[in-house]
Design a protein around this ligand. Structure first.
Ligand code: NAD
Length: 489
């Protein structure tokens, strides 16, 4: 048996003991995880510094704060989320108990990516624990140091049989993917997303795919360009552009392009000084393979600012590209690096057309002072998330579902959405054995008269409000059994 098979088998066996199900046990595990983040910030930050050159504050701000918030929320809300959810009833079920009961799915596989290694890997794990599942955690091998620290720390704090960490790259992940899971939660690029979905189909395993793509950013000429560009520069250059929801490129009218360049440059200087290379808050490209890929995207482009680089240090300066054409190489794939192309377009109509001709993005940004512009962009396009006059921050609002649509992914998570995503929402209807007369309309022999009653019970009351239905039910319930007994049987 391979190591991966063993880990899955152990997790399955642990799940079958039933110990992940009681709310008290889930709460203990979540509190233990909370303790990990309280006690091991330094180990976490050191590893992320080595992997991505993030500062300690940066790691807390962009990685662990969100995770801590998700744990807090799950601890506060778990009872409410896990409780049976009564649903509206129709006339036929008014005397029954009808509800949705969230129940654990079983063993979940979580495959993480490297760019925010803690946030991306642990947030789904919080959902998995809260929902009462076992979970096999596979951090990305690309963030070498973080993956090692995660493998060391998680088993110290949480149940190591229920939530094992499996490290490794493509071979190990593919071995995992051959095993049977009850859900696979994958974060990464769309190509591997297809590999994951294909493997999942063999066992009919449901998947959540948190993918990427090119997230557009439209800057309307009627907005405070200075503020807009500061927010865009922050969204783009945080983590050296290696953020799934970073604004990938700017669409704006030619008349504002120079101003946009000037203001983004100003913000870069404000955030990262004149020399980003020595600024502790400016990150590095994860490895030389990605460095080369990003530098290759500069072919056929005009650099308006930045462009400095150092392969040995995986450093690429915050870079702005002007007058970029749709056919340019940099516009053919997700950049995932600190290059900000500006595509001049004639206005909102063309921006909408441009966006709609391409794959549905993970995030869509619009900067404008006019609600009409914001609403048109929202209503005439589609994307995983939509944000007006800011970048990235929707990720931190755990009352919003986070996820893609079309090529940017399927399924969503954060807060209660994680809990629901990793639960089976079981529809339950508990009847009593009385009132048999009401049921006779559905038993053979079928007659037009019985059908008429069925139509009445199912359809005629559909448009009544709550009060109307209650009153009608009171009347109908009293007479139904007798009437049905008399006329239908
Ligand atoms: P990555 O290289 O770390 O790969 C992700 C995971 O897939 C890893 O655990 C890796 O081991 C596994 N993997 C890689 N190749 C595989 C293969 N052939 N078969 C099976 N498993 C394989 O990360 P990445 O793909 O470079 O991540 C960057 C992408 O992820 C970007 O497109 C980014 O937009 C996206 N992303 C999305 C989100 C989101 O929440 N939607 C978050 C972060 C990143």
């Amino acid at each position: 048996m391979s190591q991966e098979q063993q880990a899955v088998a152990r997790a399955r066996k642990a799940f079958e003991t039933g110990r992940s199900k009681p709310l008290e046990y889930r709460i203990i595990q979540l509190k233990n995880l909370q303790r990990l983040f309280a006690e091991r910030q330094k180990d976490i930050a050191d590893a992320v510094k080595k992997d991505l050159n993030k500062s300690e504050c940066g790691t807390q701000l962009y990685e662990t704060l969100g995770v801590e918030g998700e744990i807090d929320l799950a601890l506060k809300k778990l009872k409410e989320w896990a409780a049976p959810r009564p649903v509206e009833k129709n006339l036929l079920t008014l005397s029954d108990t009808v509800y949705v009961k969230p129940e654990p799915l079983g063993v979940v596989l979580i495959i993480g990516a490297w760019n925010y290694p803690w946030a991306i890997t642990i947030q789904p794990l919080i959902g998995a624990i809260a929902a009462g599942n076992a979970a096999v955690v596979k951090p990305s091998e690309v963030c070498v140091h973080t993956s090692k620290v995660m493998e060391e720390l998680l088993p110290i704090y949480i149940d190591k049989e229920l939530y094992p960490v499996v490290t490794g790259g493509v071979t190990e992940t593919q071995e995992l993917l051959r095993q049977r899971f009850d859900h696979i939660f994958y974060t990464g690029n769309s190509m591997v997303g297809r590999v994951v979905m294909e493997a999942a189909s063999k066992h009919l395993t449901p998947v959540t795919l948190e993918l990427g793509g090119k997230s557009p950013c439209y800057i309307d000429k009627d907005c405070d360009i200075s503020i807009a560009c500061r927010r865009v520069a922050w969204g783009k250059y945080t983590n050296c552009g290696q953020t799934c929801i970073a604004p990938d490129y700017i669409l704006c009218e030619p008349s504002v392009q120079d101003r946009v360049i000037q203001e983004v440059k100003k913000a870069v200087k404000e955030f990262y000084t004149d020399n980003p290379k020595t600024c502790p808050d400016y990150g590095r490209i994860i490895n030389q393979r990605h460095f080369k890929r990003i530098m290759g995207l500069l072919d056929d482009t005009t650099v308006a600012a930045g462009g400095d680089n150092d392969e040995a240090d995986c450093f690429i300066a915050p870079t702005i590209l002007r007058d970029v054409k749709p056919e340019a190489k940099v516009m053919q794939e997700e950049i995932f690096g600190p290059l900000l192309p500006i595509l001049p377009i004639s206005g909102l109509d063309e921006a909408i057309k441009y966006i709609n001709k391409r794959e549905k993005p993970l995030a869509l940004y619009v900067f404008s002072s006019h609600d009409k512009v914001i609403h048109r962009m929202r209503d005439e396009t589609s994307s995983g998330g939509f944000l007006a006059n800011d970048c990235l921050v929707h990720f931190s609002v755990n009352s919003l579902p986070f996820g893609g649509v079309g090529n940017s992914g399927m399924g969503c998570y954060h807060g209660k959405y994680s809990f629901d995503q990793l639960s089976h929402l079981r529809g339950c209807l508990i009847k009593k054995l009385n009132m048999e007369g009401v049921n006779s309309m559905r038993y053979p022999p079928h007659t037009p008269k019985k059908l008429g009653w069925a139509r009445f019970f199912i359809l005629k009351t559909a448009n009544l409000g709550w009060m109307g239905r209650m009153v009608l039910f009171a009347v109908v319930a009293v007479v139904a059994a007798a009437v049905l007994q008399k006329y239908l049987l």
